[in-house]
Design a protein around this ligand. Structure first.
Ligand SMILES: [Zn+2]
Length: 236
């Protein structure tokens, strides 16, 4: 490991560090601030990383953090140069990135145009778009299916969670992951019915699955297809 240290004009303690790995020499700069969060950025033109962290974290831990995360961060930039299609309702929608003065996402119905000020904003643009899209679709659809069954329940919030598509609380409020709208509408309905079935059974025992099946007879098939889609496509 080689290191050069200096203090910049803002009196921040900055250091350059590097290590060798399968991708060659990874160069990174440590910026210590009074913030709790660790944050990794990649400066493409300069070809180095910036780690923002608090003052107490050890250099060994920082190195491990960069080692674990640099590839993932780098992939976001590769994504921007040649973006994978975005999935909406089970369909691939081609994405096109324009770097300029705007920060917005336009969905024309058959193409997604992403306007960014910096490449590093891509991930935020993806999340923002999917969250808005998910709320616009899932809120009315959830209420429609709840009403159709003559039940009472509430639409909660939309997150960027990876470990669930839907989540039902004991007060009959349903939360979703924005990632759900990548899947076909039939699968989305299954997820909504699954969560509605939790109004009656707050578990995954036999009577729960019987109720799900009465709401959505082909749920097993839909679940299988969704799983297959996840492994064969670029999904967020
Ligand atoms: Zn469940």
């Amino acid at each position: 490991m080689t290191r050069i240290r200096y203090t910049n004009r803002k009196n921040q303690n900055i250091s350059f560090s590097s290590f060798l790995c399968k991708d060659g020499c990874i160069l990174y700069k440590i910026v210590r601030k009074n913030e709790a969060n660790l944050f990794l950025e990649y400066l493409e033109e300069e070809n180095y990383y910036i780690v923002t962290c608090n003052k107490s974290i050890s250099e060994a831990d920082i190195k491990q953090y960069v080692l674990n995360n640099y590839e993932w961060v780098m992939n976001w930039y590769k994504n921007v140069d040649n973006p994978a299609p975005w999935m909406l309702f089970g369909q691939k929608v081609p994405a096109h990135v324009v770097i300029g003065n705007e920060h917005k996402v336009d969905y024309t119905g058959n193409q997604i145009n992403v306007y960014l000020r910096h490449k590093r904003d891509y991930k935020d643009a993806v999340k923002q778009f999917y969250k808005q899209f998910a709320i616009a679709y899932l809120m009315p659809r959830t209420m429609e299916l709840i009403n159709k069954l003559g039940l009472k329940g509430k639409f909660g919030r939309v997150s960027w969670a990876t470990y669930y598509h839907g989540l039902c609380h004991s007060d009959k409020t349903i939360d979703y992951s924005a990632k759900l709208v990548q899947y076909p509408k039939e699968y989305i309905d299954y997820v909504i019915y699954h969560e509605i079935a939790h109004f009656t059974h707050m578990n995954h025992k036999r009577p729960f699955w019987d109720l799900v099946e009465s709401y959505c007879p082909n749920y097993k098939q839909l679940d299988k297809e969704a799983m297959h889609m996840r492994f064969t496509n670029h999904m967020w």
